[in-house]
Design a protein around this ligand. Structure first.
Ligand code: CUA
Length: 165
């Protein structure tokens, strides 16, 4: 006795194949972005920073924001976002430097997108966002706020200037 056969219309079979092929393609794209292009998930570094105290000198590392050298060629940048400016607005490093950005907000939700890099995260009061990049090419890299934060949102930007050694 023959088992009953499930009949799939040829067009439906084609669409099943296309659908699963696309899933496979997306999986390959995500894995390629992660392993070949250094895609980074913005993981919050700290969720316990008090936005009311964050800019107070001595209370947190954001009291005196800016660049700090950790070792030769490795720096950290603490940037404070506040309507409607980043402090500091300009950072200068030499080419080849690895910079880890720590950004938090004193007031409302902001964003931080560093053009020409894989750094792009939201900046929330009470949370420190952290991502790293190595500047391999001299030039000027703009960063800007990409979350609407009020009437001065479009003035909220700054620059990383990467110079020759
Ligand atoms: Cu800060 Cu938009």
């Amino acid at each position: 006795m023959n088992q009953p056969q499930l009949h799939i219309h040829p067009v439906e079979r084609l669409w099943i194949i296309i659908s699963f092929s696309m899933l496979g393609l997306f999986a390959v794209a995500v894995l390629t972005a992660g392993f070949a292009y250094g895609f980074q998930l913005p993981v919050p570094e700290d969720r316990l920073v008090d936005p009311n105290l964050v800019a107070t000198p001595g209370a947190t590392a954001f009291g005196e924001p800016g660049l700090r050298e950790l070792s030769p060629g490795v720096m950290e940048a603490r940037i404070l976002a506040q309507a409607w400016a980043f402090t500091p607005k300009e950072i200068k490093v030499v080419v080849g430097t690895k910079v880890t950005f720590y950004v938090t907000s004193k007031d409302v939700q902001h964003g931080f997108d560093l053009s020409g890099s894989n750094i792009n995260f939201m900046v929330l009061p009470g949370q420190i966002s952290k991502l790293s990049t190595t500047f391999t090419t001299p030039g000027t890299y703009d960063f800007y706020c990409h979350e609407y934060c009020g009437v001065g949102h479009q003035t909220m930007f700054g620059q990383v200037i990467v110079t020759e050694k």
